[in-house]
Design a protein around this ligand. Structure first.
Ligand code: TRP
Length: 424
C-alpha cells in the first residue's frame, strides 16, 4: 500500500498523532478568511446563456436554475470574472447558493466539500470537471476545502477488495491534487482512513443514520431487499462531511460553518437526504452547485467507461491516442459529404468535439466564431477536431506533469488532518 511506502508505519502513525494533537491545541488560527475587496469590475457581464452553449439539463427536485443574475452577483461579490463552466451553463443549477454568497459578503466563513468514488485508476476528462471548478471556487473565495474519497462506497458497490479501493483512493488523490488545489487549505481523506482518525466523523455518520429510515433511502436510491446493508447505511457517510463538526481539527470545533458542495447532478440525491436531516441535527443545510454530465466520445447518450478505452479521453492518454480517439471516435455533427456540409452546415448540438470545446476552450469569442463557422458549413469537422486536439493534448500533458510531481510526501500532507489555512 502506498501509505506504507510514504513512511514506515510507526513514524506515519506518530506523525498523524502529533499533527492531530498540534491541530487541536494550536492557537494560531487563520479562520475566518479575510474578505475580498470587490469594488472593481474589469470585464463585461454576460447576458443570458450565449448561443454557442447548448446544455439544457433539466432543473428538478426543487433545485434552482443558475440565472445570469446570479452569475453577475458572483462576479460582483468576488470581483472575478465567472468561470466558463458557470457562464456556459455547465454548472446549471443550485440549492441555496445565494445564502453562501450572503455569508461571504457579510464576512462569515463557509467551506467547500466535494468527492470522488475511487472505482478505477483510469480517470477521464469528465472526472476533472467538478474538481477544476472547485479549485476555481477555492481560489476566488479563499475558503477551506474537504475532499472525500469514498473507498468504502466502491468496496460495497463494486467487485473490488478493500485494499484495492484504498490503493485506488491514493492513486486518484494524486490526480485530484494535480488539479492545483492549495495545499494549505485542502484536506483530502479516504473514508477507511479518516473514520479511524476522527471519532466526530463517525459520530455524525451514526447521528444521520438514526434520522433516516430504510423506507426513505429506498425511495431516494432505489435499494431493494437483496442489497447489502452496507449500501443502505452508506448515504450517511457521504452526508457527514457536509457538517463542519465532522472536521473538528479543521474548523476548531465549530459546528455551524456552512458548506457548499460543487458536484455532478447525479450526486444530488445524497444531498437532498442530507438537507432533510440537517435541521434536526441543528446544522445548516449544505448548499449545492450542480454540473451537467460530461458526454462520452460516442455522444451524450452513451456512457464513459473505464473498461472501454475508446469511450473517453483518459488522463493517461498520450498525445497520439488523444488525436486518434478524437479523429476516429468523437461523434460528429458534420454532414455526409463535403458538398452537403458546405450547403447545410454542421450540427454543433450533437457534435461531441464541439461539446468538449465548450468545456475546455476558454476564449468566448473564438468559441462563438467556431459555432458560427461550423453551423454555416464554412468550417469542416476535421478542422473543428483539430482545434480540440490542439487544446486537449497540452491540457492532458500538463496534467500528467503535475501529477508526476505529486510525491508520496505531498500526498500524505494533503491527507493529514490539520488546520486549514485560508485567506492566503
Ligand atoms: N459518491 C461519489 C462518487 O461515486 C463520491 C462523493 C463522495 C462525492 N462525496 C461527494 C461527489 C461529494 C461529489 C460531492 O463519485
Amino acid at each position: 500500500m502506498a501509505w506504507k511506502m510514504a513512511l514506515p508505519r510507526d513514524s506515519r502513525l506518530h506523525f498523524i498523532k502529533k499533527t492531530y494533537y498540534l491541530c487541536l491545541t494550536a492557537s494560531l488560527v487563520s479562520w475566518p478568511p479575510h474578505r475580498h475587496n470587490s469594488s472593481e469590475q474589469p470585464f463585461t457581464l454576460l447576458a443570458p446563456l450565449p448561443a454557442y452553449t447548448m446544455f439544457t439539463t433539466k432543473v428538478r427536485f426543487g433545485s434552482t436554475k443558475i440565472t445570469s443574475e446570479l452569475i453577475e452577483r458572483v462576479e460582483r461579490v468576488t470581483g472575478q470574472r465567472a468561470h466558463p463552466f458557470l457562464r456556459r451553463g455547465i454548472f446549471f443549477s443550485h440549492r441555496d447558493f445565494e445564502q453562501i454568497l450572503d455569508a461571504h459578503e457579510a464576512g462569515r466563513p463557509f467551506y467547500l466539500y466535494t468527492g470522488r468514488g475511487p472505482s478505477s485508476e483510469a480517470m477521464h476528462l469528465g472526472h476533472l470537471v467538478p474538481f477544476i471548478f472547485t479549485k476555481w471556487l477555492q481560489d476566488i473565495f479563499r475558503v477551506p476545502l474537504v475532499i472525500q474519497l469514498t473507498d468504502d462506497e466502491k468496496f460495497l458497490w463494486k467487485d473490488l477488495s478493500l485494499e484495492e479501493t484504498q490503493r485506488l483512493a491514493l492513486e486518484n488523490a494524486k490526480d485530484i491534487i494535480a488539479c492545483g488545489f492549495n495545499p494549505e487549505s485542502t484536506f483530502i481523506f479516504s473514508d477507511f482512513e479518516y473514520m479511524g482518525q476522527c471519532r466526530e466523523f463517525y459520530r455524525n455518520v451514526v447521528r444521520i443514520q438514526k434520522l433516516v429510515t430504510f423506507n426513505q433511502v429506498k425511495g431516494i436510491f432505489g435499494f431493494g431487499d437483496s442489497d447489502c446493508i452496507g449500501k443502505i447505511a452508506f448515504p450517511a457517510v457521504q452526508a457527514a462531511p457536509s457538517f463542519s463538526s465532522s472536521f473538528p481539527h479543521t474548523f476548531q470545533q465549530r459546528e455551524d460553518v456552512p458548506c457548499l458542495i460543487p458536484c455532478a447532478i447525479d450526486q444530488d440525491p445524497y444531498f437532498r437526504m442530507t438537507r432533510d436531516v440537517a435541521p434536526r441535527l441543528g446544522c445548516p443545510k449544505p448548499a449545492l452547485l450542480h454540473a451537467t454530465f460530461f458526454p462520452a466520445l460516442q455522444g451524450a447518450r452513451s456512457k464513459m467507461s473505464a473498461s472501454d478505452a475508446y469511450s473517453a479521453i483518459f488522463l493517461t492518454d498520450t498525445p497520439k491516442q488523444i488525436k486518434n480517439k478524437i479523429n476516429k471516435y468523437a461523434f460528429s455533427g458534420g454532414r455526409d459529404t463535403l458538398e452537403e456540409h458546405r450547403r447545410l452546415g454542421g450540427c454543433s448540438e450533437v457534435d461531441v468535439s464541439y461539446m468538449y470545446l465548450t468545456f475546455f476552450l476558454e476564449d468566448d469569442e473564438q468559441l462563438a466564431k467556431i459555432h458560427k463557422d461550423y453551423s454555416s458549413g464554412e468550417m469542416l469537422t476535421g478542422e473543428l477536431k483539430k482545434v480540440l486536439v490542439d487544446i486537449l493534448q497540452p491540457l492532458v500533458r500538463e496534467h500528467q506533469e503535475r501529477r508526476h510531481a505529486v510525491t508520496d510526501e505531498v500526498l500524505f500532507s494533503f491527507m493529514t488532518p490539520r488546520i486549514l489555512r485560508v485567506g492566503l
